[in-house]
Design a protein around this ligand. Structure first.
Ligand SMILES: Cc1cc2nc3c(=O)[nH]c(=O)nc-3n(C[C@H](O)[C@H](O)[C@H](O)COP(=O)(O)O)c2cc1C
Length: 307
């Protein structure tokens, strides 16, 4: 299936694996790229040298294009922004802000820049700033979220900008991909389903929790402080939401989540850790290789779109 995104990124399938803190390391990114999609290394809050090593390790596993997701609020964002240029990374996606100050450096280096947006206004701003495409991410997603749903956001962003739009949030199979295309997207970005791929290094307990999740098993913490995060319900989310209702400050609540994602991903603590996953977790029922996932989904999507 050819779209402006597959052409722009030089990939076979219009499927991008979202940059995910702790989860999107070199094994996962390389597996997705090797399978014909685009794998991203999640820069998250990691220092530049850590991201550099991840890029190099991914390159040992695949010769196909890979990307890096840069979290602009990271204290290391400036370092990572330079590392992607030095390492010749082909694609950068950005989250949590406006990448304007890096744009010239990245464009001069020939990097494809794709900001993640949760509103039409931000999508338009990014287009004016020279972005090559945008990821329109709905509130169904795992991790940090906006308010609009994928169903409402994607067509409105597609109408508002002329650069290609990638849909994210709540997409977990070929039906989701076909629906996203119907809404005007030219590719999809997925996170939750790739968390449970065979190549994903997340702890078995995390994978089991996602596979065992029901449709309404996610909760949103941090709304009261303007930093909403979607994860699966557990002891941590219950306590967080209770303290939020009691009006506790952001600083008081932070200790509950600090290091919480690492605790869940690396140590398998799915009781007190932060088990980020989206609403589509309820439909994710098996562990497969990235190749199996992508080929199965694309076959289903292509059949539906040909109807
Ligand atoms: C465990 C986890 C961690 C994530 N971390 C990040 C991140 O560091 N930066 C980012 O831009 N998006 C992050 N996301 C969002 C994904 O990149 C992707 O856009 C999202 O998962 C898509 O929605 P889905 O979960 O419904 O597939 C994360 C998602 C998950 C599930």
């Amino acid at each position: 299936m050819k779209t402006r995104i597959t052409e722009l990124l030089g990939i076979e399938y219009p499927v991008i694996q979202g940059g995910m803190a702790w989860v999107a390391e070199h094994h996962l990114a390389a597996a997705v790229s090797e399978a014909g999609g685009l794998g991203l290394i999640g820069g998250a809050n990691a220092p530049g040298e850590v991201v550099r090593q991840e890029i190099r390790k991914a390159r040992e596993l695949t010769k196909k294009p890979i990307g890096v997701n840069i979290m602009l609020m990271s204290p290391y964002a400036d370092e990572v922004a330079k590392v992607v240029v030095e390492e010749g990374v082909q694609v950068v996606t950005t989250g949590a802000g406006n990448p304007g100050k890096y744009m010239k450096m990245w464009k001069d280096a020939g990097i494809v820049v794709i900001p993640v947006v949760a509103s039409v206004a931000l999508a338009k701003l990014m287009e004016r700033g020279g972005a090559d495409a945008v990821v329109a991410e709905g509130t169904e997603s795992g991790g940090h979220i906006g308010e609009a749903t994928t169903m409402t956001l994607v067509p409105q962003v597609a109408d508002a900008v002329s650069i290609p739009v990638i849909a994210a949030g709540g997409i977990g199979d070929g039906r989701g991909i076909a629906a996203a295309f119907m809404l005007g997207a030219e590719a999809v970005q997925m996170g939750t389903r790739f968390v449970v791929s065979k190549e994903s290094i997340v702890h078995e307990n995390y994978k089991k929790r996602v596979i065992g999740a029901k449709d309404i098993d996610s909760a949103v913490t941090g709304r009261s402080h303007g930093h909403p995060v979607r994860c699966l319900r557990n002891q941590m989310t219950r306590q967080y939401v209770k303290l939020e209702e009691e009006g506790k400050s952001f600083e008081e609540l932070e200790y509950l989540t600090l290091g919480g994602l690492r605790k869940a991903v690396m140590d398998g603590d799915v009781t007190d850790g932060v088990v980020m996953a989206g609403q589509i977790a309820g439909m994710v029922k098996k562990e497969q290789t990235c190749k199996e996932m992508i080929e199965e989904m694309m076959e289903q999507a292509e059949k539906l779109l040909a109807r």
